[in-house]
Design a protein around this ligand. Structure first.
Ligand code: CP
Ligand code: NVA
Length: 318
């Protein structure tokens, strides 16, 4: 059986996406293939509207450019309608409880995406909602971004298994989802973070457990040089994520040796990809030369948010 035939029986209808560990390797591969197929259709001008007449609510407790626009545009292209629900403009911001919000919204909507601080909010929403719930970023995880990221790597490198991804910087939501996704897909992930900013120990343990199945190696180190050695991909993210802005100064000091610059990148393979989920701070976590250089694929990643989020909505809500 070819991989495409194997993936044909995958059915994700009605499922939530809280983090990629909810999904099997095969299910993630299915979503990546579907994203690539939907991208092809879009580029060819083919109209594909499996979600005609459906609605998705997008709850935002934090700012967003890519996530909001990719879900809104993606829903429109699939024939669905998206509602932007800023937390402060709905009763959730005035103390209406998550379980009531989830049950009420489920009576109107066919899917809910939520961007929030505490991951427990996503879990609670999913527990009480009767429609699929998608994590559009929590303090713990950012699976939507990572689907687009592995799609981007697959498109540029033609494969995923056996590649090495080096993540330099804060052991945050991005680091976590890249590790879980890498472990599922057989991508070796090396994370280099300063003391006190390592990825969550539970996530590292879970990733290593998953990696046993695929042969991926999950490494956590202090040394950016060790992490980038022979890497196919160098990935970084801001030093102060949303909600941590007041720690900016302390973090600038803690992360000063963790900038991805031309010197550090020399340790990677010459055809390495530079990746960043964006928004970026040039001159902090990455030098201008690297982020705007020839190895950078940041705008392919940003574009793929659209295709990956369409695949997710089509698969879960279709
Ligand atoms: N990468 C990402 O999620 O971007 P936004 O915060 O703009 O949605
Ligand atoms: N780690 C960043 C990602 C932004 C897309 C944050 O949580 O702010």
């Amino acid at each position: 059986m070819t991989q495409t035939e194997q993936l044909q029986h995958v059915n994700l209808k009605g499922r939530d996406l809280l983090e990629l560990d909810d999904y099997s390797t095969e299910e993630i591969q299915y979503l990546l293939d579907l994203a690539i197929e939907l991208k092809r259709k879009q580029k060819n001008g083919e109209v594909y509207q499996p979600l005609k007449g459906k609605t998705i609510g997008l709850i935002f407790e934090k700012s967003s450019t890519r996530t909001r626009v990719s879900f809104e545009v993606g829903a429109f292209q699939l024939g669905a309608h998206a509602l932007f629900l800023s937390k402060n403009d709905i009763q959730l911001g005035r103390g209406e409880i998550i379980s009531d919000t989830a049950q009420v919204l489920s009576r109107y909507l066919d899917g809910i995406m939520i961007r929030t601080f505490g991951h427990n909010n996503v879990v609670d929403l999913a527990k009480y909602a009767t429609v699929p719930v998608i994590n559009g970023l929590s303090d713990l995880a950012h699976p939507c971004q990572v689907l687009a990221d592995y799609q981007t790597i697959l498109e540029h490198k033609g494969k995923l298994k056996g590649l090495k991804l080096a993540y330099i910087g804060d052991g945050n939501n991005m680091a976590h989802s890249l590790m879980i996704g890498g472990a599922k897909l057989g991508v070796h992930v090396s994370v280099a973070s300063p003391e006190g900013y390592e990825p969550d120990a539970e996530v590292v343990k879970a990733s290593r457990e998953i990696a046993k199945e695929t042969g991926a190696q999950i490494v956590v180190t202090r040394s950016p040089q060790e992490a980038v050695k022979d890497a196919d991909v160098i990935y970084t993210d801001v030093w102060a994520s949303m909600g941590f802005e007041e720690e900016q100064k302390i973090r600038e000091a803690a992360f000063k040796d963790y900038q991805v610059d031309e010197e550090l990148a020399k340790g990677a393979k010459s055809d390495y990809l530079f990746m960043h989920c964006l928004p970026a701070h040039r001159g902090e976590e990455v030098s201008e030369g690297v982020i705007d250089g020839k190895n950078s694929v940041i705008f392919d990643q940003a574009e793929n948010r659209l295709h990956a989020q369409k695949a997710l909505m089509a698969a879960l809500m279709g």
